[in-house]
Ligand binder design. Structure first.
Ligand code: 13P
Ligand code: SF4
Length: 357
């Protein structure tokens, strides 16, 4: 029964004590969130992995790329467990290493490999955190960097100090929204389709490029529309519309603000009784914020429930099963990144940490 399941989790947590730390992403369901020692956005959770050096096991209630990142940043003695190994991210899967490598080769042929008179390399690769460890390692090897939705503009500034242009993957929307806010024109942001020569662009288009966008997207955030925002404004006078920057550009433009999951949470925490917020992000977070702030009205812009289906794969049953294993001395569902890949990926992650104010 459900009660037995929760009893098992509580008992295992007690038995493992400080040897265990459980991290939970904001998009996790409430039955899982209640057991998290740290709850956060993807950037905060990457840092949280560093702040518990004594815990021998990190159980990551999130998706695969987050568990990989924790393994890359954790001490070698620490191990990382993803309760359900099928919890991937469809966006991360949209950029595979081979396609990015071959795009890179084409770009190097077009732009050459030599830095300009100011020492800037022809292209700096920037990967969103939502990507495989192999792509973070690719960035580490090629003078590139990782970003999250909470620091994408700082990271792009870092990249433009070192490069004439950026190859940004996998999320086209985060790349476009961030570059646009920095004053880069849409005609300077061609999209790269890996199935076509030159990514489906002309040499002239690529010559004008400042940010070359990969064709990835988040299946949850691409559901939000301008119509939903207009409807929210028509129905709720004074509503404040905040969306995640993984939403398409017209949606971000029509919203009042765009920001990471932690930005959204903080904006609501700074609100006042009676405030109305329409939010464009995953529904588990939005519903939790409404429950935490009953004196405000907080609703998801998409009327059809839209959870992230892979985040949702972390069911309490899997959490109980992996924790039981630990109590019995058996490590189940470990995520471990090969040491050479981890070393290169760490370079790109540490560049991100060093670039932040
Ligand atoms: P943040 O946690 O960085 O806001 O990202 C949202 C997301 O889609 C995680 O997969
Ligand atoms: Fe991936 Fe989107 Fe789910 Fe985040 S919300 S884990 S980007 S599919």
């Amino acid at each position: 029964s459900d009660e037995e399941l929760h009893e098992r989790i509580r008992n295992a947590k007690k038995a493992l004590g400080d040897r265990l730390v459980i991290l939970g992403h904001f998009y996790q369901r409430d039955e899982v969130v209640q057991y998290a020692d740290f709850l956060g956005d993807s950037f905060q959770l990457a840092n949280a992995a560093l702040t518990k050096p004594d815990a021998e096991t990190i159980v990551f209630c999130g998706v695969h790329f987050m568990a990989e990142t924790a393994d890359i940043l954790a001490r070698p003695e620490q191990r990382v467990i993803l309760p359900n190994l099928a919890a991937g991210c469809s966006m991360a899967d949209m950029a595979d290493e081979d396609s990015v490598e071959s795009a890179w080769e084409e770009l190097m042929e077009l732009y050459g490999e030599e830095p300009d008179a100011d020492g800037r390399q022809p292209v700096v690769p920037v990967t969103y955190m939502n990507s495989s460890a192999a792509l973070k390692a690719f960035c580490g090897r090629h003078g590139g960097i990782v970003c999250t939705s909470s620091n994408a503009s700082t990271v792009l500034e870092w990249a433009f100090e070192r490069g004439q242009r950026v190859l940004f993957f996998p999320d086209q929307h985060l790349g476009r929204n961030t570059a646009k806010a920095m004053g880069i024109g849409l005609d300077q942001m061609p999209m790269w389709n890996p199935r076509k020569p030159l990514g489906g662009n002309t040499a002239e288009q690529l010559d004008a490029a400042r940010v070359i966008l990969w064709h990835g997207f988040c299946s949850v955030h691409k559901r939000f529309t301008v119509d939903q925002i207009e409807q929210a404004r028509a129905e709720h006078l004074g509503v404040r519309v905040i969306v995640h920057p993984e939403c398409p550009m017209p949606v971000v433009d029509a919203a009042d603000e765009a920001g990471s999951t932690d930005y959204i949470r903080k904006a609501i925490e700074a609100g006042s009784p009676g405030d109305v917020f329409a939010i464009g992000t995953e529904v588990n977070l939005v519903n939790r914020l409404q429950a935490e702030h009953p004196d405000m009205t907080i609703f998801c812009l998409d009327p059809v429930i839209c959870p992230c289906s892979t985040m949702y794969r972390i069911h309490p049953g899997y959490l109980a099963w992996t924790l039981d294993g630990l109590v019995e001395g058996e490590v189940r569902n470990q995520v471990s990144v090969a040491p050479d890949v981890a070393a290169d990926a760490r370079v790109a992650l540490e560049r991100m940490l060093a670039a932040l104010p």
